[in-house]
Write a protein that binds this ligand. Sequence first.
Ligand SMILES: Cc1ncc(COP(=O)(O)O)c(C=O)c1O
Length: 387
Amino acid sequence: MTKVIIPLQDFRAQYESLRDEVAMALASVLERQDFVLGREVKELEEEMARVCGTRHAVACGSGSDALLLALMALDIGPGDEVLAPAFTFFATAAAPARLGARPVFADIDPASFNVSPGSAEKAAAGHARLRAAIPVDLFGQVADLEGIQAALGPGVALVEDAAQAILATRGGRLAGSFGRVGALSFYPTKNLGAMGEAGMLTTGDDELAGRLRRLRVHGEKQRYYHEEIGINSRLDTLQAAVLLVKLRKLEQWTTARECAAERYDRLLVQAGLAEPSATYPTPERPAVVPARTPAAGSRHVYHQYTIRAHERDGLRTALDAGGIRTGLYYPVPLHLQRSFAQFGGRPGDCPEAERAAAEVLSLPMFAEITPEQQQRVVESIAGFYGR
Ligand SMILES: Cc1ncc(COP(=O)(O)O)c(C=O)c1O
């Protein structure tokens, strides 16, 4: 018997609900032949500044470019040190490395998976050339950026990697608004996903915004007059047109994700697989549900619903055999990536990141997921553990 697949994310379901609006938005750009940094890009920038609660938003080619441009605008270069989490997507630490700076890896808090003020302070000790830090709002939950800034001091500029956290809040403040600069990604798998590559920078600093606008077009102030050396990271108008259509649904999709996360929490606890405030899995309680920041005004947008699991790899194989697709974000902590070997990371340097890499498993999560699909996921997990 063929099993009906439950995907990790279901782009087809989302597309079906938007097909006509997307077609019209794309046709409008095609009629105008206005392909790069066109009208919709400007409109998207205005909308995203509002969504993130910042004075400026500057569109660019991808979230990875946003991080690179942010550090370029802060004049980060050879000899500088930049703090980055040991547990995140590669791009966060690749940005400083690309500019000749040295990433300094910080361990994570085991409950939130984010860098904490304490872990940032510990990692920064002895690094006199630390000029910037890139805390990540991992899986859709805002890190304690105010605490991290206080721990590192005013001489360290914060770049908030909010790639996974559009619409998330902490203490009533929106993701993307905490640092000197925020970096967003619209990669297709993100909560607000383009139909290709796209990214955005957010900032409240007028001068920095102007510099970012120049840097994304090869440092040009006026056509063919280059003030400095930038990169080519201009956003396609077609992508902005798609994103404007999807942005109208984002609040509704985010609420649906929150409901789905609550349902997973409830089902996993009811099945005896998890207990609400555990940090690590045990043979008796083999799953750990994601922790939520208790602070008032905080919103987790569940870019991923990531559990910790006892015997994770066996569970993943069994779920896959049963037609349930899961994600592994991330299997290798960054201080142990081969391409960062030059920075001297050793096993044991960031024990929480290393443990998370061995235990995390992201379950199917998308706005359209049904209670029946979630029930099947949890029943399959229970089956693996013989419950
Ligand atoms: C935390 C984080 N930072 C940066 C990026 C880079 O974004 P992009 O894929 O748009 O380059 C991503 C997503 O891929 C991400 O998840």
